[in-house]
Write a protein that binds this ligand. Structure first.
Ligand code: UD1
Ligand code: MG
Length: 522
């Protein structure tokens, strides 16, 4: 359902390429307990954006360098790549001490040098904190690198506020090189903290995306020295090294500098989030989805939405949610990892998680689906209904105020208002099974494990504690007693007791209620 990526070469894997993704850093500037690359952008951990690019462009021979919170990062990567093409040729390598980006790349050498396969002709190196980078830009960079016969090709961007980034220092600092084309007058990259005041005013920054020739990369990395403000081995120093060795260095400048945004701080994280959210909305608008107030609609990057589906303001679609064609999702509903068929209507304020909703079903307002729910075709779930691990049959209805958990409910069943499956005995969960076309009267409790046979009727207010045979009536409630006139008498008595004290006139006796209203009768 996802619209395909446009652009030259999309989908083609570039051969002779090794890819290194750097994802070992702590991300101190995030002021977080969590490793920076695990912070999410549009619902997806940042590191996966770089991994996606690697898989799209090279498809194989990918090394991801992890370090800080290595196990957590590894888990996220593993979960993502299971079953994907290229998964078997992805290596996660550990940078035990984070001694800089040059040192990070160096850790990947055994992946490429230690096998029988020929060493890659070129390496694509990606920062793990640049989630806005596009596939076509990376392809453009690779094309420039190979057509120019460069040793090092860097991606650059012109920023109004370049602070924090490495600056690209050129022979002609007058900006005459601008325009997005490859150019080759680069001398070096200087990190912000190492830059002189004159270098600091340079607005052209290093994006952190590189293509380096196979012959040049690892020998150069082996010669890096930590002579800088941070005492680290900077990958960026290979540019100066190549220039010194009279090797060709090429720079490709981004047309849209936003794409080069690196995420080092929460502010940058928020800014990247805004940009990606807007891109995602535009992608789905272009694919035929209606949004009444696009800016208020949140769609995670892993979501897909069908044609002619209408999203009202403040709808949130998270995780791997898939929405079919011609659905209507009203305001303030949030769907996480759900699969929704076609022509489904989800009214306002529904919270749905890890559930499946088949075609033509209607949900809401105020429905809460917890994981494991299947709402079958044309079924209806109304206000204040909570479900969990429940299969609601085709055309069945649970329209008001119910809890249905661990239940299998047949087709055409009517679940009356206030029905509760009592699925938990304090220790274990138990199953409720309701056959096709059962009528469950309002305010019924089904004490699980329990089975109600096909076509049975359960009288309102029944606590069902025994299985109900098919086509039977189950009724379990106290027999009703009507006390004729009781209420009228009580009313009179109440009026008297609240009236101001009066001396009864002669001949009148105060009326006595037949029964005391307190404590007796119901
Ligand atoms: C880096 C570049 C800078 C560029 C900027 C673009 C260097 C020395 N500087 O700076 O020129 O403008 O990116 O956003 O490369 N990492 C490791 N191991 C380490 C250190 C970092 O794997 O020892 C990873 C991080 O997890 C991150 C990436 O490398 O994904 C970049 O590191 P970061 O600390 O963000 O570098 P910047 O200061 O942003
Ligand atoms: Mg960074």
């Amino acid at each position: 359902m996802k619209p395909s990526l446009k652009g030259p070469g999309a989908g083609l894997r570039i051969s002779g390429l090794g890819v290194v993704v750097m994802a070992a850093g702590r991300g101190t500037r995030m002021r977080s307990k969590r490793a920076k690359v695990l912070h999410r952008v549009a619902g997806r951990p940042m590191v996966l954006y770089a991994l996606d690019l690697a898989l799209q462009v090279a498809g194989r021979r990918i090394a991801i360098v992890v370090g800080h919170q290595a196990e957590d990062v590894r888990r996220v990567i593993d979960a993502e790549i299971v079953g994907k093409a290229g998964a078997d040729s992805l290596a996660v390598v550990e940078q035990v001490e984070q001694l800089g980006t040059g040192h990070a790349v160096l850790q990947s050498r055994p992946v490429f040098w230690g096998t029988k396969e020929p060493r890659p002709a070129d390496y694509l190196i990606l920062n793990g904190d640049t989630p806005l980078l596009k596939e076509r830009t990376v392809r453009e960079l690779l094309r420039a690198h190979r057509s120019e016969g460069a040793a090092v090709t860097i991606l650059t961007a012109a920023l109004d506020d370049p602070s924090g980034y490495g600056r690209v220092i050129r022979r002609q600092p007058d900006g005459s090189h601008r325009g997005g084309l490859a150019s080759s007058d680069v001398l070096k990259i200087v990190e912000d903290r190492d830059a002189t005041p004159a270098e600091r005013v340079v607005k052209e920054i290093n994006v952190g995306t590189y293509v380096v020739s196979g012959e040049f990369l690892f020998p150069a990395l082996g010669k890096l020295e930590p002579h800088n403000a941070q005492g680290e081995l900077y990958l960026t120093d290979i540019v100066r090294m190549a220039v010194t060795q009279r090797q060709r260095v090429v720079a490709v400048m981004l047309q849209d500098s936003e794409e080069g945004m690196g995420v080092n701080t929460r502010r940058q994280l928020a800014a990247a989030e805004q940009v990606i959210r807007q891109q995602i909305r535009e992608r789905w608008l272009d694919a035929g989805v209606t949004m009444l107030d696009p800016a208020s609609v949140w769609i995670d990057t892993g979501v897909s939405v069908g044609k002619d589906t209408v999203l009202y303001p403040n709808v949130t679609l998270e995780g791997k949610t898939e929405i079919g064609d011609e659905c209507v999702l009203r305001s303030y509903s949030r769907l996480t990892d759900c699969r929704v068929g076609a022509r489904v209507e989800i009214l306002d304020h529904c919270v749905l998680r890890e559930s499946q909703i088949e075609d033509d079903a209607v949900l809401g307002p105020f429905v809460h689906l917890r994981p494991g729910v299947l709402v079958r075709r044309k079924a209806k779930v109304g206000n204040f209904v909570e479900m969990k691990k429940t299969d609601l049959g085709e055309g069945a209805k649970a329209n008001h105020l119910s809890y249905l958990g661990d239940a299998k409910i047949g087709r055409g069943v009517n679940i009356g208002a206030g029905t509760i499956t009592c699925n938990y005995d304090g220790v274990h969960k138990h199953q409720t099974t309701i056959g096709d076309h059962v009528f469950v009267g309002s305010d019924t409790q089904l004490v699980a494990p329990i089975t109600v046979g096909t076509g049975a009727v359960i009288a309102a207010g029944t606590t069902v504690t025994q299985d109900v045979p098919a086509d039977s009536l189950a009724i379990a409630r106290a027999a009703q007693e009507n006390r004729v006139g009781w209420a009228a008498k009580r009313r009179i008595m109440m009026e008297r007791s609240s009236a101001p004290a009066q001396r009864p006139s002669s001949g009148q006796k105060p009326a006595k209620a037949a029964v005391s209203p307190k404590g007796k009768g119901r």
